[in-house]
Design a protein around this ligand. Structure first.
Ligand code: TXA
Ligand code: MG
Length: 417
């Protein structure tokens, strides 16, 4: 990929990326950039002063380690052997320093939404702040062309958490980063809405059996199909029953993904908000997924009559707002194609007197729900709703990213464990 990635970015886009790369090399101000999962807030992972600025900018607790983003396997091997990358990007390791357990995963999912936990060498060139004192570090090769190009142009690994202010929902569009970090950073690389919409799956192959530390864009099923990963365990806890005893990915213990409004999550099978419940509030947000009927019928007293509408086949299509990005002269074909990942927007209903309802229909596919989720939480916050009712999805299935979606929603709803 060292050759083609930059070839795809031309003209002004290329110049912008080069400028951002120079900023990353020469200053301590982090740069926000798109990945296929969520936007990241990047800094040179080898310089403490730059990495510290990430924590300060986000208001992130210092004991929560960061993921190191790389553009190639030679670059990762350099990190594992403690060597600096050669200026021409070349580096030949004597024997492969990447643990064998990760080989099938790397082949199948990189570049992509997977983070692997690796041993940090004693002579590590990573700034100690990246790993927050742990003897390991997380590494990920993103598949966004813009992210790969930026990494290549920097020639150094970028430590990058999600580019939200700490505790807020992760940013899946440049606007979200702007809303949270305006005045604190100089550059946001705008690649349009993110393709996946939830963060990478974090896996630990150094433990026996290997475990999933955070559910994300790669599914449990996909992992189990890889040699050595058939018995992968769930190493995070987001439900009362099952799961591990304590959270093992440090980031899981903090308040997370929280909009300002209260979030009320209806797990699958838990029904839906009653008309009485809705009428206690003045401004309500509703996020629908696979089967709740329109907010209008949820808020009027004829649920019995409308209940037959509660199936996927008859649900109306999500409402897409027209794109605000029409200054095509400034964009390459590449960026225009990246920007096709639209997400649905809120529709306003005035239900009963004094009751204002903002309704978002994320659609019936799990991929669409994942892509639109954080954006929906943020949009409803901007409408100043008092409460957001969310229709959960079934995460008992392992073959889609419903586990990641429900994990984020349970945290947003602040389910205390
Ligand atoms: O998709 C993603 O992973 C995004 C994009 C920007 O790449 N990044 C992201 O970073 O979500 P962040 O900082 O929001 O989440 C990093 C997660 C946390 O749960 C953290 O605890 C875990 O990775 N992590 C990082 N290093 C670790 C380590 N050495 N051991 C265990 N968990 C680690
Ligand atoms: Mg985060």
């Amino acid at each position: 990929i060292d050759e083609w990635e930059i070839d795809y970015v031309h003209g002004q886009d290329y110049e912008s990326l080069k400028r951002a790369a120079q900023d990353l090399i020469h200053t301590n101000v982090p740069v926000a950039f798109p990945t296929e999962t969520v936007y990241g807030l990047g800094a040179d992972a080898t310089r403490s002063s730059a990495v510290k600025a990430i924590f300060a900018t986000k208001g992130r607790p210092a004991d929560n380690p960061l993921i190191v983003h790389i553009h190639s396997l030679p670059q990762l091997r350099a990190l594992l052997s403690g060597q600096r990358e050669m200026s021409d990007g070349s580096l030949q390791a004597k024997n492969d320093s990447i643990p064998a357990i990760y080989r099938p995963l790397i082949e199948r999912f990189w570049p992509g939404p997977l983070t692997i936990i690796l041993p940090a060498p004693t002579n590590s060139i990573l700034a100690p702040e990246v790993t927050a004192g742990l003897p390991t570090f997380g590494a990920r090769m993103p598949r966004s062309i813009l992210a790969l190009s930026l990494l290549r142009l920097c020639g150094r690994p970028l430590a990058a958490p999600s580019a939200n202010a700490s505790t807020r929902p992760s940013p899946t569009a440049a606007e979200h980063v702007f809303d949270d970090l305006e005045g604190r950073i100089h550059t946001i690389i705008d690649g349009g809405p993110c393709e996946v919409g939830v963060e990478s799956t974090v896996v630990d192959g150094l433990s026996h059996p290997p475990s999933i530390l955070r559910p994300g864009g790669v599914t449990v099923d996909q992992l189990r199909k890889c040699p050595g990963w058939e018995n992968v365990t769930i190493g995070y806890k987001d439900k009362q029953e099952g799961g591990a005893d304590k959270p093992r990915a440090p980031g899981m213990k903090y308040r997370h993904y929280s909009p300002k409004a209260e979030v009320v999550l209806f797990e699958i099978g838990a029904g839906r908000p009653s008309v009485e419940e809705l009428k206690v509030r003045n401004r309500i947000g509703i996020i629908r997924t696979k089967s709740w009927e329109s907010a209008l019928s949820l808020t009027t007293d004829h649920q019995g009559a409308s209940s037959t509408k509660g199936n996927v086949g008859e649900m109306e299509q999500p409402a897409f707002a027209s794109s605000t990005r029409n200054d095509s002269s400034r964009m390459s074909n590449l960026l225009r194609s990246v920007m096709q990942h639209q997400v649905p927007h809120a529709q306003k209903h005035t239900a009963a007197e004094g009751l204002e309802v903002w309704d978002i229909n994320l659609g019936a596919s799990t991929e669409d729900v994942a892509r639109g989720l954080f954006s929906a939480l943020r949009e409803l916050d901007k409408k100043n709703v008092d409460v957001i009712y969310v229709e959960g999805i079934d995460d008992q299935v392992d073959d889609d990213i419903a586990t990641a979606v429900m994990n984020r929603l349970r945290k947003a709803a602040e389910i205390r464990l």
